[in-house]
Design a protein around this ligand. Structure first.
Ligand code: SF4
Length: 325
């Protein structure tokens, strides 16, 4: 079995893509071999994206009441959850959060708004102004995740200084229809492709642990590679009470590490960013996950749940030998 890992390592380090069959094979190696897979992925990370960590702070600029029915999401208006619901916050509040994020050590700042076609004209002008101000008043890369945007909005955001737009595929094409009925997978794919078309770095990832199969996880990674995702947030489901996935059993931490490593081998040049659900699912293996090919993480709190103390994460990254801002 170790020969499968060595073969995959050699292939990817030589600049060749990992085949779909080889990736599927790596979903079956025994758990005891996962540290070897992680080590191979770490070498690939070192070769293709180096030692620098991208740390991203999130701002939930408008929360809850979303028209969509994504079964994992505490912000969907279709479910009764204890997630906060509030209208869009002001430019001043957003800029203040960004400055705090910079102080705590973040290299990126992402404004996230709940909803599909999340912004009306007034809300969009707030985002635009926030992008301009954060770009000029901080050294942060500025990102946003606003649901579906028009091409005109993309042009304006790019001109204002937007670096990345996040729009997750969330799952494989096959599995997506089991977790969302109000829009299609192709809608999401089209949006990411449009983001790239307008010269904004496309950030797109998914969620592990929603009941999908190993093949679904591999399929998602290949789809993300196909659409050219520059940054791939790997979330791990943190089941929210009141959502249809509120009782899904958690993945084992070593299984999560298997897929972080596999995502690095499938997407050698992308930022692999460990995102929501990290603390509750990986627990004491968070440092090991960072040695399995990841080169990014979300710093601080998530959209509707708490993260851990950013200073602890920065120390962990330094202890692992990463270059942190
Ligand atoms: S579109 Fe976004 S905010 Fe709305 S339910 Fe889906 S994941 Fe949640």
């Amino acid at each position: 079995m170790l020969s499968q890992i060595l073969q995959a390592r050699e292939t990817v380090l030589s600049g060749e893509p990992l085949s779909y069959e080889a990736a599927l094979g790596l979903t079956e190696i025994p758990s005891v071999e996962i540290p070897y897979l992680a080590a191979a992925a770490n070498e690939v990370r070192e070769k293709f994206v180096g030692n620098h960590i991208e740390s991203c702070a999130l701002s939930n600029i408008k929360s809850g009441n979303c028209s969509e029915d994504c079964k994992f999401c505490a912000q969907s208006g279709h479910y009764k959850t204890d997630s906060p619901v509030y209208p869009q916050i002001s430019v001043e509040e957003i800029v203040e959060q960004a400055k705090n994020a910079e102080t705590m050590g973040a290299s990126e700042f992402c404004m996230v708004s709940s909803g599909w076609g999340a912004t009306n004209d007034r809300e969009f002008s707030v985002v635009l102004e926030a992008v301009r101000r954060i770009s000029s008043e901080t050294k942060l890369f500025v990102d946003c995740s606003l649901g579906f945007m028009t091409s005109e909005q993309m042009v304006q955001l790019k001109d204002a200084g937007l670096y990345r737009n996040n729009h997750n595929l969330e799952a494989s094409r096959d599995y997506f229809e089991k977790i969302c009925a109000t829009h299609t997978y192709q809608d999401r794919v089209n949006h990411v492709e449009m983001v790239r078309h307008y010269g904004i770095h496309p950030c797109s990832g998914g969620i592990l642990g929603m009941g999908e199969t190993p093949k679904d996880r591999v399929d998602l990674a290949f789809e993300l590679a196909r659409i050219g995702a520059d940054c791939v947030p790997v979330n791990i489901l943190n089941p929210r009470a009141g959502t249809p996935l509120g009782h899904v059993a958690a993945l084992e931490p070593m299984e999560i590490i298997r897929y972080i490593a596999l995502y690095r081998l499938i997407l050698p040049k992308s930022t692999i960013k460990i995102a929501g659900g990290r603390e509750v699912n990986l627990r004491d293996l968070q440092a090991m996950a960072m040695q399995a090919g990841a080169n990014g993480l979300i710093l601080g709190n998530y959209l509707t749940t708490m993260g851990r103390n950013p200073a602890r994460d920065i120390q962990m990254l330094k202890d692992l030998g990463f270059e942190v801002k």
